[in-house]
Design a binder for this molecule. Structure first.
Ligand code: ARG
Length: 721
């Protein structure tokens, strides 16, 4: 082969790689530099670069934000109306629900602004400004102000963020929150100024039989028929600035809202998503992928399986408990199933094989560069992982079983302070502590907690954990159970759930009548919980130096991988910062002989209907609308009503609720899930299999309009027919 041939071949592979660009969670601030805008235009984008992202003006990013603490939402009207997923609004819908007002089951539609429900604790966060501050951090490391290890710690990054913020023109502005984060494993640093609105009200949510149709059975699966959306509204002070809830606050006058397209979609259409992917691990080594499977996913699957079984049984028995535990159940089940799917997909998609190949290529590249750091880095990562893996397994089991599954906990600090006050005979301090005890009691026994359900979970968790973890690695409470309760878990747990200070209001009051140190020290929940916390801290301390070492090694490895790939640009792992992914509407073939169409319709809702199965109930009203084919302007040309569709976008948890936009930047749907066959996607993106599952915007508007009777909301929107 001559030189020209080799060069043109190289060029071809380069073009091929960049044209197959569905993979990638791109940083808005690098779109131009990395040539992504040109590639997006080649795929069909009809917007100018400055309309997608403009550091000095209004762009798409100003209509997208963080909904609550872990999802994305988008502005869909000039008056601060927000669209997100039903599962993102779920905890807030649940918070507003009771047996009398069961919005989870029946849905909720505010018929006027006055009916929009204030939702304490809910925020909506825009990205106000992004700045490259890599040199600030590098200077501090080079001058010796911090060590390389310390440069990764949150406390250091927070401190620098505050320093930069204090000098900035945004200092002290309402709602502004600075955040400084490493990207590319610390090869770049960006400062993000966020603008946080804290008066966000609930406007509309379909019944769960629409918003969560298919439940856990269909979760992470295609074909899908879930109307996974809910609607909120941002309120602001009279100047449109963030403000705490106040009845005089006004709907936010949005600087940017997304027009909505009813024109429909076809296979191959351009589709892009802007949102906040939470976390990916695309640069792991083989050893780290194995660690994820064995030390994180496996123990998580094992613990959650048992907890979910108890919850399922208890929730089926009582409506009160069903509502109390709905959100906890969904959250736990979501990543239980994800972990199972991920481990399966890692095998099915030969992720380990792909990673092995990547490592080989990297080692060759390192040799060629004659770069000693690169030559050693994989072996050094493997060495560290050999030590972290057993600790990670223990940490996962401990936190899943005793810090998540069981909610009956206590605060050792409260005990110490009470003890102190009693020892000093300080009456005022004792009184103050009594108040603190009462407050803490309310925090445990909150509206969504049932002590008996928790006891049942504990009865399962203690023996399960003992099966998973060998005796010498368990928290000290296990010796107490062995020595003082003859290894009888039930006897110990009943004693703790019946007789400890925080077990009941009666016990608490009795203790507070005459608080003694002796009773504090033999309180079982105190002894148990302290031993769990001690074990947790012990594991964290053992892990810390290893994690520090791994941070530095990853910085080297990821820099090297990026260099190896050049001139193809790389994107950094997701870290819950704003990203853009572009691709197409597209079907897929999960296995030999099976082809999945790229969209579903309401016909499938009726096909799946099963009145016996709560996950597949269809509300009578919806059924009637479907049967009458009363779809109005939301129907496709053939008269069907679409429900969900697939696109090749690169998303993960955190992107839930993200806008799916067509070539003109008009809203065509809301992303809400990934597909089963590619759940290894957080580790390796699979070009053939990876799909993003979206609700079609026409189904959202249909439900809002015909079922919710919310034409007043639709009137606010900009609709393109
Ligand atoms: N898998 C979806 C996600 O992580 C969440 C779906 C929630 N629904 C559920 N049935 N738990 O974004």
């Amino acid at each position: 082969m001559n030189k020209v041939k080799i060069l043109s071949l190289l060029f071809l592979t380069f073009c091929f790689q960049i044209l197959k660009a569905d993979e990638g969670m791109w940083l808005l601030q690098l779109l131009q530099e990395q040539n992504a805008i040109e590639l997006m235009k080649k795929q069909g984008l009809k917007l100018k670069a400055s309309q997608v992202y403009n550091p000095n003006g209004v762009s798409l990013k100003d209509a997208v934000g963080i909904f609550g603490g872990g999802c994305t939402g988008e502005v869909i009207s000039p008056e601060g109306l927000i669209l997100t997923n039903h599962h993102c609004g779920y905890s807030f819908i649940q918070q507003h629900s009771s047996v009398e007002h069961d919005y989870l089951t029946d849905g909720f539609w505010a018929k006027s602004r006055a009916e929009e429900l204030p939702t304490p604790g809910l925020t909506f966060t825009f990205v106000h400004r992004i700045e490259d501050v890599t040199s600030v951090i590098n200077d501090k490391v080079e001058s010796g102000e911090v060590t390389l290890y310390e440069s990764f710690t949150n406390s250091f990054l927070d401190q620098v963020a505050q320093e930069i913020y204090a000098e900035s023109d945004l200092y002290g502005k309402k709602g502004i929150k600075p955040q400084l984060l490493p990207f590319y494993a610390g090869n770049k640093y960006y400062m993000i100024y966020k603008k946080v609105y804290s008066d966000v009200r609930m406007v509309g949510a379909p019944p769960s039989s629409i918003g969560k149709f298919g439940g856990e059975t269909d979760n992470w699966m295609w074909p899908r028929h879930t109307g996974d959306f809910s609607i909120f509204r941002i309120y602001a002070d009279e100047n449109g600035e963030p403000a705490e809830y106040d009845e005089n606050n006004k709907p936010l006058k949005s600087i940017k809202h997304l027009p909505i397209s009813l024109k429909g979609i076809e296979e191959g259409d351009y589709a892009m998503i802007m949102g906040f992917p939470g976390s990916t691990s695309r640069y792991l080594t083989v050893s780290e992928v194995k660690e994820r499977m064995e030390a994180t996913n496996n123990p998580r699957i094992q613990v959650r399986e048992e907890r979910l079984a108890v919850l399922r049984e208890e929730m089926d028995k009582s409506d009160k408990i069903r509502i109390q535990y709905a959100n906890k159940f969904a959250g736990s089940s979501n990543y239980w199933k994800n972990s199972i799917g991920m481990n399966k997909a890692i095998i099915d998609n030969d992720v380990l094989g792909q990673k092995r190949e990547q490592e080989q290529q990297f080692n060759q590249f390192a040799e060629k560069q004659n770069n000693i750091d690169y030559m050693n880095v994989i072996a050094e990562i493997n060495g560290a992982v050999a030590q972290t893996s057993p600790l990670m397994y223990q940490l996962t089991a401990l936190s899943e079983a005793f810090l998540s599954a069981i909610e009956f906990v206590t605060s050792p600090r409260l005990y110490r302070e009470m003890k102190d006050a009693i020892e000093k005979n300080d009456k005022d301090a004792v009184e103050k502590q009594k108040e603190a005890f009462r407050d803490f009691y309310q925090r445990i026994h909150n509206k969504d907690y049932d002590h008996e359900v928790d006891r049942k979970i504990a009865l399962v968790m203690f023996p399960l954990y003992a099966e998973m973890i060998s005796a010498e690695d368990r928290p000290a409470i296990y010796s107490v159970i062995e020595n003082e309760y003859a290894s009888d878990y039930t006897a110990f747990i009943n004693e703790m759930y019946d007789h400890s200070i925080f077990a009941s209001e009666e016990n608490l009051n009795k203790y507070l009548e005459n608080p003694t140190i002796e009773l504090l020290e033999k309180d079982l929940i105190y002894i148990h919980y302290t031993s769990v916390v001690n074990k947790f801290n012990e594991l964290r301390e053992q892990l810390e130096p290893l994690k520090n070492e791994l941070n530095v090694l990853h910085k080297t490895y990821i820099r090297g991988l990026g260099e190896m790939k050049l001139p193809v640009p790389s994107y950094p792992d997701a870290n819950f910062t704003i990203r853009l992914t572009y691709g197409n509407v597209k079907s897929y073939s999960p296995r030999d002989g099976v082809h999945y169409h790229y969209y579903t319709t309401t016909d499938g809702v009726l096909e799946k209907e099963n009145p016996e199965d709560r996950e597949f109930n269809v509300p009578a009203e919806l059924k009637e609308l479907i049967q009458n084919r009363d779809f109005g302007r939301y129907a496709m040309k053939n008269g069907d009503l679409p429900v969900c569709f697939l696109s090749t976008n690169d998303i993960t948890g955190g992107n839930s609720g993200s806008p799916v936009l067509n070539a003109k930047g008009h809203l065509i749907g809301t992303a809400f899930d990934g597909n089963w066959e590619s759940l290894s996607g957080d580790i390796v993106f699979d070009d053939d299999l990876q799909r993003c599952i979206n609700v079609d915007i026409r189904y959202v508007l249909f439900i809002l309009d015909k079922l919710g009777g919310c034409s007043h909301l639709i009137d606010e929107m900009t609709i393109i027919e």
